[in-house]
Design a protein around this ligand. Structure first.
Ligand SMILES: Nc1ncnc2c1ncn2[C@@H]1O[C@H](COP(=O)(O)OP(=O)(O)O)[C@@H](O)[C@H]1O
Ligand SMILES: [Mg+2]
Length: 267
């Protein structure tokens, strides 16, 4: 297929509502996302990295359709995307999101089986009689034992919960997985396992990943290309190798230095 899978062009999200007169010397309120453009190729992992508050989640939510945007466009397979309520079902299915906190994003009262079946009930992709087999396959895909199907989130570890979240996102066979700080709440060793899983799933299912993280160490393990965000803007967008070895922007260098300091502090 030609052309990128996802194209974000001049995206603007502004949460400040009222325009009031600024006091002398006061800076105008910043837009959460201020003219972000990026593209994601088929079967690529594109990371957005930047410190807290830089606008990463707002970009992710716009792509998934949870956030209205004021200006700019988001195209998927060349089709203009609006918010979720105005997307055709087929498009909703194709873009799925994995959230940061695996526990709070899963309903504590439901078993894993019920959590996944709920997805299949609202988007009837799998006929009821095929669901048990499909669930077993899905759990196997994310490296969970079949017995997990009848447990609730409280009976699972953080890593297992995140595998369930990934299974839920995969249940509709999306082409694009948006992972917003998907490993940030996990211990380093569990992080590595989930990153490995995402890489394997990407290869096996031909997925593309929009991988969002404030953690350059994590991004380095998974990204093909990296967009560095700061204060609502992308300051650098390049191959991961370039970003990590020859960062062009001063801010990227600062982030790298800070990440190195942190890594050193662990020893
Ligand atoms: N729903 C909202 N209402 C008002 N401001 C918001 C909302 N969501 C995010 N913001 C603001 O937008 C900016 C970017 O936030 P966010 O996209 O969450 O950044 P990041 O994910 O990089 O930490 C921040 O200043 C944040 O306070
Ligand atoms: Mg965020």
């Amino acid at each position: 297929m030609t052309g990128p899978l996802l194209e974000v062009d001049g995206l603007v999200v502004d949460f400040s509502r009222r325009r009031r007169r600024l006091r002398p010397g006061e800076e105008p309120p910043r837009k959460a996302v201020d003219g972000v453009s990026l593209s994601l190729r088929h079967n690529e992992t594109l990371a957005i990295v930047g410190e807290s508050g830089s606008g990463k989640t707002t970009v992710a939510r716009s792509v998934v359709g949870l956030q209205k945007f004021g200006a700019g466009s988001i195209r998927f397979h060349g089709t203009e995307l609006r918010t979720v309520s105005r997307r055709p079902a087929a498009l909703k299915r194709e873009i799925q999101m994995v959230f940061q906190d695996p526990r709070s994003s899963l309903n504590p009262r439901m078993t894993v089986r019920a959590i996944i079946n709920e997805v299949w009930r609202t988007h009837p992709a799998i006929a009821p009689r095929d669901r048990a087999t499909a669930l077993a396959e899905l759990l196997d895909d994310v490296g969970l034992d079949p017995s997990v199907a009848d447990r609730r989130p409280a009976a699972l570890s953080g890593g297992q919960c995140q595998r369930v979240s990934i299974a839920r996102a995969l249940a509709l066979k999306p082409t694009l997985l948006v992972c917003d700080e998907a490993v940030s709440a996990l211990d380093v060793s569990v992080q590595a396992q989930i990153l490995r899983l995402l890489v394997d799933l990407k290869e096996e299912h031909g997925l593309s990943l929009l991988f969002i993280s404030h953690d350059l160490g994590v991004v380095r393990q998974i990204a093909d290309r990296v967009a560095v965000m700061r204060r609502g803007e992308i300051v650098e967008f390049d191959d991961a190798e370039q970003i990590f070895v020859h960062p062009a922007h001063e801010y990227t260098r600062q982030l790298l230095d800070a990440a190195l300091d942190l890594a050193g502090a662990d020893d």
